[in-house]
Design a binder for this molecule. Sequence first.
Ligand code: GTP
Ligand code: MG
Length: 391
Amino acid sequence: MPKQAYTRTKPHLNIGTMGHVDHGKTTLTAAITKVLSDLGTGTFVPFDRIDRAPEEAARGITITVSHVEYETATRHYAHVDMPGHADYVKNMITGAAQLDGAILVVSAVDGVMPQTAEHVLLARQVGVRHIVVALNKADAGDPELTDLVELEVRELLTAQGYPGDELPVVRVSGLGALGGEPRWVDAVLELLAAVDRHVPVPERYLDAPFLLPVENTLTITGRGTVVTGAVERGTVHVGDRVAVLGAELETVVTGLETFGKPMAEGQAGDNVALLLRGVPRDAVRRGQVVAAPGSVTPGRRFAAEVYLLPAAEGGRRTPVATGYRPQFYLRTADVVGDIVLPDGGVALPGDRVGMTVTLGQAVPLEAGLGFAIREGGRTVGAGTVTEVLPD
Ligand SMILES: Nc1nc2c(ncn2[C@@H]2O[C@H](COP(=O)(O)OP(=O)(O)OP(=O)(O)O)[C@@H](O)[C@H]2O)c(=O)[nH]1
Ligand SMILES: [Mg+2]
């Protein structure tokens, strides 16, 4: 049976849940799909499907972000739920860079916790401009304490440059909505209405040349290699010629799908799978970029503004100096880099500093690109490219 084609009837936005471990991100994500599937505009994705992504695990691909899709009356959303352990931070930066808005999940019982603050900070760093707050577990929270938690969250958001006094804060119970309790089903609908209202349809760079950071790849025997990811800009169609930067090859797109459905045109913001003609197995990897030929030039050197996480936010305990060589996560790539601090200086955890970076390997660079700095398996900093420098 031919697959049903994806038809674009509503604006598409990318959102996601963030927040402290165990505050209920995955439960709320499942609850949203449940409530909308009961209304007929989505497919219920149960908790354990979101948390484990079983097919991906079976294919041996490391998936640390799972996507679900759903529709409200006015929008089509792709929603990412990220695992809530300390490794979350890397995913915030590599995965959340494409979020148009985020749902900050804060447990009404526990209030603002260290990772709540860290995720807001990183959302800011990677350019997530719009946040809606879900005060979750409202079924279990004392209403007066919940009022205090709301004040605390608004203050935190204001301190990080978000309109903390005005943005929507909705009291929900993911667990209650998942259980079909009318009060909490309504609360989830109220949360979605708040997202519809508060997160604007972003200006998409549809006219820009096509660019897709590769998140995952798989080989379909006899057909070729498939790459998946969110289109960062431009559009893509079957028959388009594309370059794979990192693999240094050019090929043609022979298949295009979103969530398993063929589509006529992939646009900036869409999550797509591209079938690439004649690309050898293992030639293409996560971290590479598929782009319109000649539209981007990989580089190795750039100037950046960086925030070094303080020890309390999981950062280093000791200073960094010129010559420090951590890993840089840019888009989906993970590359070693050498830093030079101004005046041969030293920077402390908690500092915001300007630096120049020389990567061990060229990747497509441009001003405004966000990145994470990691060392020994943990995130120690986050930054933004301010200027690309000649090699
Ligand atoms: N009372 C109550 N408990 C909830 C609610 N939502 C989630 N929980 C419980 O809180 C615990 C954590 O929920 P998860 O959805 O796994 O939280 P998470 O934020 O996705 O956790 P990580 O992915 O590990 O960061 C589970 O035991 C849930 O059943 C809620 O609305 N009310
Ligand atoms: Mg979770």
